[in-house]
Design a protein around this ligand. Structure first.
Ligand code: PMP
Length: 356
């Protein structure tokens, strides 16, 4: 039997699943992970905490993850409290819950492309209609055009991604405010890469007090170097969190997940200590690529989009042959490299020199 033989939903027929290749190569720079593994001290603390919880795994976890949400609120600052923070298995699940509560059949979501490929996938997966609007040639967002797109489509949900994946572009608060004023429904600002922004780039968290329909999503997968833990979270008005309780599965965050995330937050000085190193490595990578005569998008994230290659597949493959895995994503002719350790970036540069 094949997939086509199953009575699958009509709107899922012919779709392809999310699929960043997971290939075992020496230098993996393709999914925007943090290259620095947790320290032995963090691993030991985590093992001890998990061991302490293990004897109670016959019981369900705290359904509302109150202690974790309090810790996340304290980390975010901005006067946030437990009732304004929500957490789930990766920000992807957070986004799915937002779509389940505020999207659905007969509703629409607008996003500005190129952007994170999971936004349209989660949107259509919840039977919400996806409307792709566009960015400028330099990947910035023209506030006037964004407002015009919102006025034309009157979407139930607007996605803004800042810094944007795969381009690295951060949005000025004025653009987000313009979108908030025009949007008839919810506005999601996906800040998965917020901690990597260049200094002075403000977070949309600052806008929450005046905008009850704003949702800011974050993750521990990138800056916190905890992609394997699967912990994403959001900050919003308490009523938004109440809406999400209607669609979340009971006990969606395992005891182990909640524990691991809390341990990581306790060790945040160490984990976030890698962010400065990665920022410097990113800025050096941008400068080096430009020095090679390539076109490079300004980046506020832990990755860099560069081009332009009439046959980008050939460049991607030639790098892979040299043991360096990057990502073939974004507009045609561009490639994206995640920022790794100094050694990994040296390997990337050597491999790319061999290819150019
Ligand atoms: N948002 C953006 C913009 C991303 O790039 C990613 C990860 N690639 C996510 C959300 C999801 O991350 P996670 O589910 O690991 O929190």
């Amino acid at each position: 039997m094949n997939l086509e033989d199953l009575p699958i939903r009509a709107d899922l027929r012919g779709k392809t699943p999310y699929g960043a290749p997971q290939i075992d190569v020496p230098v993996r720079l393709n999914t925007n992970e943090n290259p620095y593994p947790p320290s032995p001290a963090l691993v030991a603390d985590l093992a001890a905490e998990v061991a302490a919880q293990a004897g109670e795994l016959n019981r369900y976890p705290d359904r509302d993850a109150l202690a974790l949400r309090a810790d996340l609120a304290a980390y975010l600052g901005h006067g946030l409290t437990t009732e304004r923070v929500w957490a789930a298995n990766g920000s992807n699940e957070v986004l799915q819950q937002i779509l389940q509560a505020f999207g659905g059949h007969g509703r629409t979501a607008v996003g500005f492309e190129p952007s994170y490929s999971m936004h349209p996938i989660i949107t259509t997966g919840t039977s919400t209609e996806w409307i792709g609007a566009s960015r400028e040639d330099d990947f910035s967002l023209d506030a006037g055009k964004a407002v015009a797109a919102i006025e034309e489509h009157r979407p139930d949900i607007v996605f803004l991604t800042s810094p944007n994946n795969p381009t690295g572009t951060a949005l000025p608060l004025a653009t987000i405010e313009a979108v908030l004023s025009a949007a008839p429904g919810m506005v999601v600002v996906d800040e998965a890469y917020a901690e990597f922004a260049r200094t002075g780039t403000p977070s949309a968290l600052a806008l929450l007090p005046d905008h009850p329909r704003l949702i800011v999503t974050r993750t521990m997968s990138k800056a916190f170097a905890m992609a394997g833990t699967r912990l994403g979270y959001l900050a919003a008005h308490p009523a938004v969190v109440e809406a999400l309780l209607l669609v979340r599965l009971p006990y969606h965050l395992s005891t182990i997940t909640q524990t691991a995330a809390r341990v990581a937050l306790r060790h945040r000085a160490e984990l976030l200590g890698t962010v400065d190193t990665l920022r410097r490595e990113r800025d050096d990578t941008v400068a080096w690529l430009r020095g090679k005569g390539l076109v490079v998008a300004d980046s506020d994230a832990n990755f860099v989009l560069f081009g332009r290659f009439p046959d980008r597949r050939a460049v991607w493959e030639a790098l892979l042959e040299r043991g360096v895995l990057i990502r073939e994503v974004g507009p045609p002719e561009w490639l994206r490299v995640s920022i790794g350790t100094g050694d990994e970036m040296a390997a990337f540069r050597a491999a790319l020199e061999g290819v150019l």
